[in-house]
Design a protein around this ligand. Structure first.
Ligand code: HEM
Length: 504
């Protein structure tokens, strides 16, 4: 009996402490005088996220409810207060003008137990500056042009895989193919592995891809937990990636580094540049005079983040672009005509130069990135108290800031009829009418997406190759407008991407 009372009292004290802790946390914005949404224990303002609603839908709802109340407002992610930006001028201040107060994302990083987490995406302050300086030349226009050879060499595999895999009704789930296309591209340039998944080889690569991105099940809350309580997660030894994924990628990348070093082999790709940084401490075209070398673990983490950051984003963009083109036959035909026109003098080959000249295709990809932004929010953490301009609000040191990119991309203030797919929004004349920071699918400022140009090349090539070879229409399984599947952190429609392919 006595033991039961003691146990009951401990449980009661534990629950009361958690409740008091949340109450205290939930008073943050009230005390700071920041307009905010009233939180509910224990999820704060993210009820339904990952179950009923996708994180994107929740962010858009919050933005729409709060944007009239201030340029910086407050929300609670579980117990954590988060500043939400609702104004384009503050977006610019945080990402560009006052970048030095917001260098870090405050992400989960556990270099000791999970070396792959110590990537450019997660590292902080001087470590980030060092790595960003070292890696930026790897994404110069010249380097991307040489990597284009890998992208275009996979074009025939892409078309071949579609022809083989369409069913008797000529339909196909297109993301399944596009994942394999971008995995083949990115694994080749990032770790020198010819994974050839389009031809059915290395199925384990796709399995790992699906596991990393949690396509197999609900993972939003788990990621939010790591994101919200990085120190507690580290203490509890929670892992961002499973042991299987970590071992697989670490082994593949280190084996390829060793094999190139042993054979003194040099190639025009990202892995080659990482090897140079590991052995010489610098690469051609680098501005920095710092010659500190990268360790093997640092190389593994960067090669992995190029795969992690480059594969799903590009395949998602291509899949949504093709889906919108299937629903918009006139736009599809206009893109096809442009592709035929620009490849007239190259025997139908989509060269790097021809791709650069396809301006309407570029508009289609931009409009896709507006409506279906794979990086649908940008994350930063204040490194000092920061006074928001034209407001009394101080963003407090150590507190996170979320910029809900997709909410800006649907704001009727900048985009009339924002749910309509319309590439004409991206003619130079229309672009000039809008504030610059109303569209930022790759983030902005010194910490924007390092792979932006490479991602755009992949996406444009994938779309061009398919539209040149097939006429697309939506399959009966699709429902428009597309609704995001709440069970994954990725941006996937609930229906998948089922399209019909007619060979031209
Ligand atoms: C359509 C394709 C892509 C999209 C939409 C995209 C989007 C983004 C976004 C929104 C960010 C955060 C930017 C910020 O916080 O301001 C980011 C960061 C990053 N992306 Fe991409 N990305 C794409 C392709 C790629 C590719 C192809 C690579 C590499 C091969 C890549 C590697 C990275 C890395 C390493 C970062 C972290 C940069 C840093 O913290 O310095 N991304 N990306």
């Amino acid at each position: 009996m006595g033991v039961l009372i003691i146990f009951g009292s401990i449980v009661a004290i534990f629950i009361t402490s958690i409740y008091v802790y949340f109450r205290w946390k939930y008073s943050f914005f009230e005390k700071e005088g920041v307009p905010h949404l009233k939180p509910k224990f224990p999820l704060g303002n993210i009820q339904g996220m990952g179950q009923e609603y996708h994180m994107i839908d929740v962010l858009i709802q919050m933005y729409e409810k709060l944007k009239m109340k201030g340029s910086v407002v407050g929300i609670y992610n579980l117990a954590e207060p988060i500043y939400l930006i609702t104004d384009v001028d503050v977006v610019k201040d945080v990402l560009v003008k006052d970048f030095n107060s917001f260098v870090n994302r405050g992400s989960y990083i556990n270099e000791k137990d999970e070396p792959l987490t110590a990537s450019l995406l997660n590292v902080e302050d001087d470590r980030w500056r060092f790595l960003r300086n070292k890696l930026s030349p790897a994404f110069s226009s010249g380097k991307i042009k040489s990597m284009y050879f890998t992208v275009s060499s996979l074009g025939n595999n892409l078309i071949g895989a579609i022809e083989r895999e369409i069913n008797d009704k000529k339909s196909l789930e297109v993301k399944n193919i596009m994942i394999r296309f971008t995995v083949d591209v990115v694994s080749s340039v990032s770790f020198g592995m010819e994974s050839n998944t389009l031809n059915g080889e290395h199925p384990e690569m796709i399995q790992h891809f699906r596991e990393i991105f949690g396509i197999e099940g609900s993972n939003t809350l788990y990621f939010l937990m790591l994101f919200c309580f990085p120190d507690l997660s580290k203490f509890l030894k929670l892992k961002f990636f499973s042991k299987r994924v970590t071992e697989y990628f670490s082994n593949v990348i280190s084996a390829n580094i060793k094999s190139r070093e042993d054979r003194n082999e040099s190639r025009n790709d990202l892995l080659n540049m990482l090897i140079e940084l590991k052995n010489k401490g610098s690469i051609e075209g680098e501005f920095s005079t710092e010659t500190k070398k990268l360790t093997l673990n640092e190389c593994l983490a960067q090669a992995f983040i190029f795969f992690f950051g480059g594969s799903d984003t590009s395949s998602t963009t291509i899949s949504y672009a093709l889906t919108e083109l299937a629903y918009n036959p006139d736009i599809q035909e206009k893109v096809r005509q442009e592709i035929l026109d620009k490849t007239k003098d190259t025997n139908g080959e989509i060269t790097y130069e021809a791709l650069q000249e396809m301006t309407y295709l570029g508009q289609v990809v931009d409009e896709t990135l507006r409506m279906y932004t794979p990086g649908f929010a940008i994350f930063r953490k204040a490194s000092e108290d920061y006074k928001v301009s034209n407001s009394n609000i101080i963003i407090r040191k150590g507190v996170k800031v979320w910029i809900p990119t997709l909410a800006f991309h649907y704001d009727e203030k900048f985009w009339k009829n924002s749910t309509k797919f319309d590439p004409n929004r991206f003619t130079q004349e229309e672009i000039d009418k809008r504030p610059k920071f109303s569209f930022f699918p790759f983030g902005e400022g010194p910490r924007n997406c390092i792979g932006m140009r490479f991602g755009l090349v992949n996406a444009k090539y994938g779309v061009a190759m398919i539209i040149k070879n097939f006429k697309l229409t939506p399959d009966a399984r699709m429902k428009y407008p597309l609704k995001f599947n709440p069970k994954t952190i990725l941006m996937e429609p609930e229906t998948g991407f089922w399209l019909k392919f007619d060979k031209i």
